[in-house]
Design a protein around this ligand. Sequence first.
Ligand code: IMO
Ligand code: MG
Length: 419
Amino acid sequence: MKLDVVLGLQWGDEGKGKIVDVLAGRYPAVARFQGGPNAGHSLHFNGHSFVVRSIPSGIFREGATNIIGSGVVLDPVTFREECGNVAKMGIDAKERIRISKKAHLILPTHKLLDAANEAAAGKGKIGSTLKGIGPTYTDKISRHGLRVGDILAPDFKERFAKLKARHIQQIKDLDYQCDPDENEAEWMDAIEFLKGFNLIDCEYFVNEWLEEKPMLAEGAQGSLLDVDYGSYPFVTSSSTTIGGVCTGLGVAPSKVGHVYGIFKAYCTRVGSGPFPTELFDETGEKIRKIGNEFGAVTGRPRRTGWLDLVALKYTVMIDGVTDLIMMKSDCLDSFETIKVCTSYIVDGKETDQFPFDTAAEITPVYTEFKGWNQDLTGMRKEEELPDAFKEYIKFMEDYLKVPIKIISLGPDREATIER
Ligand code: IMO
Ligand code: MG
């Protein structure tokens, strides 16, 4: 059976939580393969609202197994908190979740280092969520990290102390004032909690599972935040694109089936970095207000702008997207004119390719559409959709050369049209 994948195609916050929750009804397992608690995936159903951070968005589906894969970085404290929240819904996290022994642990000092790095960067800061993501992946790549499976080792405490000492030196070098012991007792307590979980050899678990049953992989962040292909250095520290699925779960590319690419009908970005179609006017403000574009994790107002098809075509290509999923077009219901960027002017030349130097002056070239001026939120069938909206969708499919298979017209599970 195949491993189908859901990937965000923009700068994160595309609505992955909702879609994974909708699709999870068809998959007996959902797996996170990268990222950590920098993610904030929102789910709405039966009058309940939830934000999950490290727990996969399949957690509320009866009988589904949820896997935290090897490519993930896990903060035991946040994770324990999340488990407490789902317990309020009567869900036993220990029964539904499996954690890869190879996932890396976020230490309290990783978070302090994140803050120290950002403080030292001044104006050039990334706008990190400060969850310790960058420093944890740095330790992984430089071969100093601690993994979930290590918590069972008799010398775990010593290894922890060694890594912590390294971090204290780094924090000192950055001239950052903080208490390195802060939150350590709570963290150690959460490690004990983690020991009660089923810790797995993820690569065997996933491959054996796929011999009999399908699985859905849930991306965090978006492809434009990918460490290799995003707007570097304003990216996250993991592989958010399709390759990250294989390394993060230990599966071969031949096992991948559908690649669902999610995008919003406009763009948002939270944190620093280039954003060619960003709006600084009342239109941008209107999008933020109607779309409720405030961070699910940090509460920060998100930067907003028109849909960027140049960037989208780029990520569709990298990820090999087979099915597109369009989110939040209902937020554009009241706009007279809707714009989409179809090319850039860079150095006086028009191009439809995403440039290497994203800090360069990029002028977006727009195609304009007449707004449909109709409330789409109650629509549940393709036939009900207005002609102006259908034209807009057709234009995007022609440009991207991939069909839009799902249209989401509101946060709830039910507000979804499949084509
Ligand atoms: P979901 O999964 C949007 C952004 C941060 C910052 C940059 C690096 O909810 O879509 P990091 O904390 O990873 O070192 O921050 O990446 N970022 C996100 N933006 N959605 C996310 O996750 C994000 N996770 C990280 O704002 O600009
Ligand atoms: Mg989010």
